[in-house]
Design a binder for this molecule. Structure first.
Ligand SMILES: Cc1ncc(COP(=O)(O)O)c(C=O)c1O
Length: 436
């Protein structure tokens, strides 16, 4: 038993599968869901969760799973952390909505001040709050264009920045995101990503053949590519980008929607390379599951925006702000350090699994609790994701043929050990052509 004090698991071990997977109620629910919901939703496998606590999720059939996907790297403090639940309850009992855009909501400014205090951005910082990742990406494009008076934005091949029109135009992780919806936002260019030598593309191709450097408002970069495959850049790449932006007066935007909020064992992934962007975007883990996104920007940029240039009815909703404030306290109170320790444990274990299956597995990599394992083919990555699910471990594919692990930052040493064992068994299932 991994959590003897767990309210959810009680005396049960985790995982604990009491039906076939998916169970009868899960199968019935999937049939119901597929009748009513948008077929565009990219469901990975048929988990039907009803309760969560820490790294444990109970499904509709009463099965207990170990959750190493964390709602796509969102529940940073674990499912239903008691302090997050209390903060949400307390705020909901006082004021659920008023609109921080049109009125002076105290907790909105309180969260902005707190975020400005931890932003890895030079000089005075100001903050804009949205509801999601894609919304703050949109805000950053608008701000960079407005503040510089320049029309173009550069993103990277392999990048994922969201699904609304501006951010999907920046996205270049999979062609399917652009299928049938064009034309996309004009003035966007995609650069090769990750190696120091790739930076030559800016002078050799972009600025000399495609657009003058003084027409580029911003370069937006994920410090570690997320949906693109949990890819870590070469040392010097992000520093090189910073220099490039300084040379040409370009705004450097770090999209830390997946990498931020402690996930890599540091509050922000850019900290690992001591790079300070002009704008940093956060969402996902910063609200522990409540919808919130934040754009932290150099005040000299945000000061350019006149009244009414941007806003949102729900952005910075008080209940989400309360969850985010509590999340930041928990991250600083030990969860970031835990992410580093548990990440090292997990990476060492994953590398051992990779060594056992050199044909099937290519590489395990990661920083903190952002971990990816590359397979030889997308089919094998998919098969291992499914095998892990049938054995009670939730993981999620990304990139072309990568399985990612992004557990809650509260994950314990024992939970990591169990996840590694199950992952190894799932790989063995696929290697041996067996079905758990
Ligand atoms: C790096 C990055 N940017 C932006 C987004 C979009 O965030 P949201 O789904 O909250 O709009 C995501 C979501 O996966 C992401 O990983």
């Amino acid at each position: 038993m991994i959590q003897p004090t767990s309210r959810l698991a009680g005396t049960r071990p985790v995982p604990d599968l009491v039906t076939e997977i998916p169970g009868p109620r899960a199968r019935a629910h999937v049939a119901f869901d597929e009748r009513w919901t948008s077929p565009s939703l990219p469901r990975a496998y048929p988990i039907v969760p009803v309760r969560g606590e820490g790294s444990i999720v109970e499904d509709i059939d009463g099965n207990l799973f170990l959750d190493f996907a964390a709602g796509i790297a969102v529940v940073s403090t674990g499912h239903c952390h008691p302090r997050i639940v209390a903060a949400i309850r307390e705020q909901a009992a006082q004021l659920i909505h008023f609109s921080g855009s049109d009125f002076y909501l105290p907790i909105y400014a309180e969260l902005c001040e707190r975020l400005a205090g931890i932003a890895p951005v030079d000089g005075p910082v100001r903050v804009y709050l949205g509801n999601s990742g894609t919304e703050v990406v949109e805000a950053s494009i608008k701000l960079a264009r407005y503040a510089t008076g320049r029309p173009c934005v550069v993103a990277f091949l392999g990048a994922f920045h969201g699904r609304t029109f501006g951010s999907v135009s920046l996205t270049a992780s999979k062609a399917k995101y652009h299928a049938g919806i064009g034309p996309l936002l004009p003035g966007i260019f995609h650069a090769p990503w990750g190696r120091v030598i790739d930076l030559r593309w800016f002078d050799d191709v972009l600025f000399s053949k495609l657009v003058p450097n003084d027409e580029v408002a911003a370069i937006i970069v994920e410090p570690i590519q997320g949906e693109g495959g949990y890819r870590i850049p070469e040392d010097g790449f992000l520093q090189g980008l910073r220099h490039l932006c300084d040379r040409h007066g370009i705004v450097l935007i770090a999209d830390e929607i997946q990498t931020g909020a402690g996930r890599t064992g540091s509050m922000w992934a850019v900290d690992h390379w001591a790079v300070r962007p002009d704008i940093l975007l956060t969402a996902k883990g910063i609200g522990s599951g409540m919808p919130i996104g934040a754009m932290m920007a150099r005040a000299s940029l945000l000061d350019a925006w006149p009244k009414g240039a941007h806003g949102s009815t729900f952005g910075g909703n008080p209940v989400s702000c309360a969850a985010a404030l509590e999340t930041i306290g928990l991250l600083e109170g030990g969860l970031i350090a835990n992410a580093g320790d548990r990440g090292r444990q997990a990476l060492a274990g994953l590398r051992s699994v990779v060594e056992c299956y050199p044909g099937l597995l290519r590489e395990a990599r990661g920083l903190g609790l952002l971990l990816g394992v590359d397979f030889d083919t997308p089919e094998h990555a998919d098969a291992v994701q499914s095998a892990a699910f049938r054995r009670g471990l939730l993981v999620l594919e990304c990139g072309r043929s990568t399985v990612r692990m992004s557990p809650p930052l509260t994950v314990t040493e024992a939970e990591v050990a169990i996840a590694l064992r199950i992952f190894g068994d799932a790989v063995a299932d696929v290697a041996n052509g067996t079905r758990a």
